[in-house]
Design a protein around this ligand. Sequence first.
Ligand code: IPE
Ligand code: IPE
Ligand code: MG
Length: 247
Amino acid sequence: MQNADQTGELNENIPQHIAIIMDGNGRWAQKRHLPRIAGHKEGMNTVKKITMSANDLGVKVLTLYAFSTENWKRPSGEVSFLMHLPGDFFDTFVPDLIKANVRVNVMGYVDRLPDYTQKAVREAIADTAQCTGMVLNFALNYGGRAEIVTAVQNIATQVAKNELDPAKITDRTVDEALMTSGLAPYSDPDLLIRTSGEQRISNFLLWQIAYSELVFTDQLWPDFSDAELKKCVYQYQQRNRRFGGLK
Ligand code: IPE
Ligand code: IPE
Ligand code: MG
């Protein structure tokens, strides 16, 4: 199993967009003989810590995978707890976000969330709309394949209406049809981190990670720390990003 073990001084090359698959809340709780939701609650505190750490590092966009389009398969009690978390999180954390000049963004099928979750999300977005620093981008009811399907539907509709020539469809057309388009010029993550030792993507940002650097750490999300984030960034800084060319 890969660990972000090796570490050292960070240089100036801070990834501008970091995306994190926050995994391992349930296992964290189970290890302590607690219900899984205790892990989600503790994970929320990690979100607060890591948001501030990323902001301090000078990251421009921090994308956090909070709930996938497949997570509805979980027991209804757990889903319900997760749906109440945004309200709890933003109620206590929005003042700190404003102080830190962090703007909240949410990508995903928000209109399919319970009304109270939608309300919490909309208020946090509105309350931080004037912030000009880091974007804290939550992927909530997000799935990479669903996102691509929606994008294809939108592009096909433009073609059907004779507004778009299929021969003129480029990477950019697709970029602009995805949920990350509003994050430009930082739409694609430079660094993707997954906690909990799982080495898979689980339907996260499929198009956008084409050239992201991937770092997997065994730490469970509630244990993930500022020091571990820095180790992941250190690993990123040791990589040689070639984008298919030579260096
Ligand atoms: C990640 O932790 C949080 C969500 C997916 C909502 P998990 O709940 O997946 O925790 P594990 O993987 O079961 O330990
Ligand atoms: C991915 O974690 C989704 C989030 C972190 C929100 P999962 O725990 O749902 O992924 P799998 O089921 O292990 O692939
Ligand atoms: Mg999991």
